[in-house]
Design a protein around this ligand. Structure first.
Ligand code: SF4
Length: 203
């Protein structure tokens, strides 16, 4: 299976010395009651991310929606329920993976995150990746894939391939919310998930 190398995305975890490696709790504490971008004005809660601090597989979506903003947890609405089923389809449970988003606060009316918002939030996602050190990241949807891989290539072309991000494999697939609107695309996500399972089993 081919690995596609991409130019530096700015998302790569640095190679921290041992003393620089934080815990997720320390990263969360550092984030605090974050007001680093304008999304703090309209959010209810910061959706930091959740799951296994030592996960092999990490999912990164776009940003919190209404349900996530209310509950303070990622992927808990209808799309989240579908993500849970997608995770279970490769014999994993939600608790075994780590789930986060490109941005941690809900944009008004679920609009796309803006570049300054991503830039403000990005250091904390990078720190989460540094702590977790996943072997593989599944980028959910256009926004996550394009941001992580620093490309404008469409998700239809990106999905289902492995990319290398400083030693971490990244495989983009469709966002569960997109699947709810386009159930005929579930087969492609299933194929992508099979590739992830195969890669994990052979790692
Ligand atoms: S989106 Fe990120 S940077 Fe912006 S306020 Fe929320 S936590 Fe802070």
């Amino acid at each position: 299976m081919g690995i596609v190398s991409l130019p530096s995305s700015g998302m790569e975890p640095e190679n921290p010395t041992r003393s620089q490696v934080l815990t997720l709790e320390e990263v969360r504490n550092e984030l605090g009651d974050c007001k680093r971008c304008k999304l703090h004005q309209t959010r209810r809660t910061i959706v930091f991310g959740e799951g296994n601090e030592k996960a092999t597989l990490m999912f990164i979506g776009e940003g919190p929606g209404y349900d996530e903003d209310v509950q303070g947890r990622p992927f808990v609405g209808r799309a989240g329920q579908l993500l849970t089923k997608i995770i279970q389809s490769i014999n994993l449970q939600r608790e075994e993976v780590y789930i986060a988003n490109i941005i941690k606060c809900r944009p008004p009316q679920n609009r796309n995150p803006e570049p300054d918002e991503i830039q403000s939030c990005n250091p904390f996602l990078r720190k989460q990746i540094q702590v977790i050190q996943p072997k593989i990241i599944c980028a959910l949807g256009t926004f996550s894939a394009q941001t992580l891989l620093k490309t404008e290539t469409k998700i239809t072309a990106l999905r289902g391939k492995f990319y290398d991000l400083e030693g971490i494999k990244v495989i983009p697939t469709y966002h569960p919310a997109f699947l709810l609107r386009n159930p005929d695309k579930k087969r492609e996500v299933w194929e992508d998930m099979k590739k992830i399972a195969e890669w994990i089993n052979n790692a």
